[in-house]
Design a protein around this ligand. Structure first.
Ligand SMILES: [Zn+2]
Length: 459
């Protein structure tokens, strides 16, 4: 008996990862992520799970990013109470992130209900209680350890080098081996280790975020950050860095730490403005087993890689507002990375109009997000629904991308190519997936498919 594989989410798009396996009468899902993008459409898609939650026997989670983990509390709200298997660091990150998401959903619903009282009251996608009820379901499976997950399937994970605790997962049922890449990182990224190669497999379900694209070398990130900081401070401006609270924020902090240590940038005030980033940084501190050599070095010297003089972490909303009253150059790092929500919106609203300032985008900007509009050079954007002029410089720090580029993905999959019968490409805008498909077929001659949402394959 084989496995039936259905692609529910991140098929033809980069968010909402959700794959379902049916095996020996059991149902297992890999990831249960949230859609992001156009608000109304995302809202609508997020509310509907493609199966009854109670029919699922177990869940495997590749990493803590919300587009992979964000609908777990919804699954629990709708009646799921089975295990969720993932790495120890992912569990700690989910603790902060799922709570943070619940908090945002609850406050958004409250806001809408207050201002549009004539309509039916809106219920948040899930509540803080649902997020809290999800946490006891997590089961830690460290990298390289085998674990029976039901349906006659065992799982085993490798470090995907994408964020702290991120994994690629091999599922085995008898002779049948399925590899899920999860999100694959880039070699040389700060803090985390390089992506590990996977054992041989028959089928590979792989991300394709940057299909057909090449990133600048990672080593250039620090020089580029140095240049942007110097230019902005030279103009007497502020540097606003919208950054993902998980991973990107800690990487940028580490690079700024190095630049300050090496006296390459002047010591202006620096702020990490996000309660989530503060909690997530604690989770980073708790998992040195996931660090690369360089970051371990800080610990050996008794230093905190994520803290240094001049850097202030801000949790409190009042303190956050006070940043607007400060004068002179400064650096503010604040989520969200795609400028969709969070405190960075306030900072953008206050600072986008001043040509002395710089907005430094430090990650992938999905279609229809504010970040994408800034990246594409829009001169006026809506922030909180208010048209806001963009006169600040907008720069991108693609070097720090958490995702492998096309070439890096091809290299990553290379050790598996001898046995692979087929590759399924997910987690990419259609054009990106198509470009990677052509490259895989040309270089390795392996049958490659870009599945449509809802498509099922018998393996
Ligand atoms: Zn991710």
């Amino acid at each position: 008996m084989g496995i039936k594989l259905t692609f529910h989410g991140a098929a033809g798009t980069v968010t909402g990862s959700l794959h379902e396996l049916q095996s020996n009468g059991e149902r297992i899902i890999v990831d249960c992520g949230m859609y992001q993008g156009r608000r109304k459409e995302a809202e609508r898609r997020n509310r509907v799970l493609p199966f009854p939650a109670r029919s699922i026997n177990s869940v495997v989670l590749t990493h803590a990013h919300i587009d992979h983990s964000g609908r777990l509390p919804l699954l629990v709200k709708q009646g799921y109470h089975g295990p969720i298997y993932t790495t120890p660091a992912t569990i700690d990150l989910c603790e902060s992130m799922l709570r943070d998401t619940a908090h945002i959903l609850e406050s958004d619903a409250k806001f809408v209900n207050k201002h549009h009282s004539q309509d039916e009251p809106v219920e948040p996608l899930f509540s803080m209680e649902d997020a809290e009820a999800t946490m006891p379901l997590f089961h830690a499976v460290p990298y390289h350890k085998r674990r029976d997950i039901g349906g006659g399937i065992t799982m085993e994970s490798r470090d995907a080098g994408h964020i702290l605790g991120s994994s690629s997962i091999l599922l085995t049922k008898g002779d049948l081996r399925l590899a899920f890449s999860g999100d694959v990182g880039r070699p040389g990224l700060p803090i985390i280790r390089d992506p590990e190669h996977m054992p041989e497999a028959d089928y590979l379900i792989m991300e394709s975020t940057y299909g057909g694209q090449t990133h600048p070398p990672e080593g250039e990130a620090i020089g580029r950050l140095e240049q942007v900081v110097k230019e902005t401070i030279g103009r007497g401006g502020r540097l606003i860095i919208p950054a993902f609270a998980v991973g990107r924020t800690q990487q940028i902090v580490l690079l700024l730490h190095q630049l300050i240590d090496q006296q390459r940038i002047p010591a202006v005030p620096m702020f990490v403005d996000s309660p989530l980033a503060v909690n997530v940084t604690e989770a980073f501190r708790a998992h040195p087993e996931c660090y690369d050599e360089e970051t371990r070095g800080y610990l050996t010297n008794g230093e905190d890689p994520f803290g240094f003089k001049r850097l202030i972490y801000i949790k409190d909303a009042e303190q956050s507002k006070k940043l607007n009253d400060l004068k002179g150059p400064m650096i503010i790092i604040s989520p969200s990375g795609m400028c969709e929500a969070g405190r960075v919106l306030h900072h953008l609203r206050h600072n986008a109009g001043d040509p002395k300032n710089t907005i430094l985008l430090a990650g992938y900007q999905a279609e229809n997000t504010l970040g994408r509009k800034l990246e594409e050079g829009y001169k006026t954007v809506k922030i909180f629904g208010i048209p806001t002029e963009v006169r600040a410089k907008v720069k991108c720090l693609d070097e720090l991308s958490g995702h492998a580029d096309s070439h890096e993905l091809l290299n990553w999959m290379e050790p598996m190519t001898r046995t692979l019968k087929r590759v399924f490409l997910v987690h990419g805008e259609p054009e990106r997936s198509q470009m990677l498909k052509v490259q895989i077929q040309e270089r390795y001659g392996i049958d490659t498919v870009v599945p449509e949402p809802g498509e099922m394959y018998e393996l």
